[in-house]
Design a protein around this ligand. Structure first.
Ligand SMILES: C[S@@+](CC[C@H](N)C(=O)[O-])C[C@H]1O[C@@H](n2cnc3c(N)ncnc32)[C@H](O)[C@@H]1O
Length: 292
């Protein structure tokens, strides 16, 4: 007997007593099936009762649906994740893009437009490029601005380069290594450009990582999460960096870190700092300026 996509979906979704979890898993199972069948969502709705001829595809679905139920994130199973209007290739070892980061990116793109009215030359720099989402979206929106993007993880850097090539962002130079070791050289090479520094750095307190949900702590790279004992190590280093360099800094942060960041900014006598929320009204990113 041939099975349809509808049969596969519903025979695989009765594995939880919790309704919400069940609903969420049906949605992810459907995305998995769409990926395997190479269907859009609309095609899935139109063709979901047609028999699936390929036994290999059915076996692949059973295998991957099991991985999904065991907690492996969908993005690592299908090797891709959506961000803004693009699809990014993703692999285990590289942080999965979060929709929360879209607010930071959209604001960066708008702010760059505004700054370009006053500054003839701007150099974009990103600490921790991951899959490339931030630099690539900014580079695509600002093709005449050059970006430099670092990651300490070679795997992340390889994926980011691949995504940049696929999406046609040719105005990014990628650097492997510690951002704080490499940044000074780049700034020296661009003495007349305004540094526009962007980052979604690791910001989880080291001891909190073990309390995160399984799909995060067991699968996502801790190098992308661990912000040190107090979660603020990267912000401390960013504030120290921009103190002596007239620049603009945009960073994402954890929903409960605003007060600590305000205190840290005061310690560095950094008074031009504004905090913003994401679409769920969580404090999510800030813009700090050391220019007039
Ligand atoms: C939270 S992830 C952000 C990835 C991506 N920008 C995003 O928003 O999805 C942080 C990234 O910073 C990288 N990273 C950690 N420490 C670093 C350092 N000292 N210099 C450069 N990159 C670093 C990690 O490997 C990881 O890819």
């Amino acid at each position: 007997m041939s099975l349809s996509a509808h049969d596969l979906l519903y025979s695989n979704s009765h594995h939880s007593n919790d309704d919400e979890q069940n609903l969420a898993s049906i949605d992810e199972l459907q995305q998995l099936l769409c990926h395997l069948l190479k269907y859009t969502e609309t095609e899935f709705l139109l063709k979901k009762r047609e028999p699936i001829q390929s036994q290999d595809l059915i076996q692949a679905f059973y295998r991957q649906a099991k991985e999904l139920r065991e907690g492996k994130p969908l993005a690592y199973i299908i090797g891709q994740a959506p961000f803004m209007s693009h699809t990014y290739l993703i692999q285990p070892g590289v942080l999965i893009p979060r929709h929360d980061t879209e607010c930071l990116v959209e604001h960066s793109i708008r702010l760059l437009h505004t700054l370009k009215k006053d500054y003839s030359s701007i150099v974009g720099v990103e600490c921790g490029v991951g899959s490339g989402i931030i630099s690539i979206e900014c580079a695509l929106a600002h093709p005449t601005t050059h970006f430099h993007a670092w990651d300490i993880s070679q795997k992340a850097l390889d994926i980011a380069k691949h995504n940049a090539t696929r999406l046609g962002a040719s105005n990014i130079t990628f650097h492997h290594g510690n951002f704080f070791d490499g940044i000074q050289d780049i700034l020296k090479k661009h003495p007349n450009s305004l540094p526009f520094i962007i980052s979604n750095p690791p910001y989880i307190e080291t001891d909190t990582i073990q309390t995160l949900e399984d799909s995060v702590k067991n699968y996502e790279p801790h190098l992308a999460l661990d912000g040190g004992t107090n979660g603020l190590e990267f912000y401390d280093a960013f504030f120290s960096l921009i103190q002596s360099i007239p620049s603009v800094l945009l960073c994402e942060f954890g929903y409960n870190q605003k007060n600590a960041l305000q205190a840290l900014a005061r310690k560095y006598e950094l008074y031009t700092i504004e905090f913003f929320q994401d679409l769920s009204q969580n404090d999510r990113y800030f813009i700090a300026r050391t220019i007039d």
